[in-house]
Design a binder for this molecule. Structure first.
Ligand code: SF4
Ligand code: SF4
Length: 121
């Protein structure tokens, strides 16, 4: 049976990727990824899914030629993050509200499964 949390993170990653594509001035091949976020991801995947993620050899450990190599549910902070909403003025009431609903839905399921990330998302 499909895992609801996996599906919710896949959808969230699609939403945030589209919003980044549309609204981020800094969008590029490696955009905002940093090694420290990969290390959070490594710990999360190990602790909650028993998965040992493989480094790609890139200076950002999980960055591949076509972007991140990690499934969305294993990198919760990255999948949910969108700067203008979390750190900026938002993207307008409708988009912000839709994002908040999605964020709450993901974390509700994460709580139900005992997989809430230890770091902020
Ligand atoms: S999206 Fe992937 S490569 Fe980027 S910081 Fe997160 S885990 Fe690392
Ligand atoms: S997460 Fe932030 S810096 Fe990264 S692409 Fe999106 S808006 Fe830009």
């Amino acid at each position: 049976m499909a895992d609801a949390l996996v599906i919710l993170y896949q959808k969230a990653a699609e939403v945030t990727r589209k919003l980044c594509d549309q609204h981020c001035q800094n969008r590029g091949p490696n955009h905002c990824c940093q090694a420290k976020y990969c290390e959070d991801t490594r710990e999360f995947a190990r602790k909650h899914y028993g998965v040992e993620l493989q480094d790609t050899g890139h200076e950002i450990p999980f960055m591949g030629p076509a972007g991140c190599t990690v499934a969305p549910h294993l990198r919760p902070a990255c999948s949910l993050h969108i700067c203008p909403i979390q750190w900026g003025k938002g993207l307008g009431p409708e988009i912000d509200a839709a994002y908040l609903r999605m964020h709450c839905e993901v974390l509700k399921e994460a709580r139900a499964q005992g997989k809430v990330p230890e770091f902020s998302v």
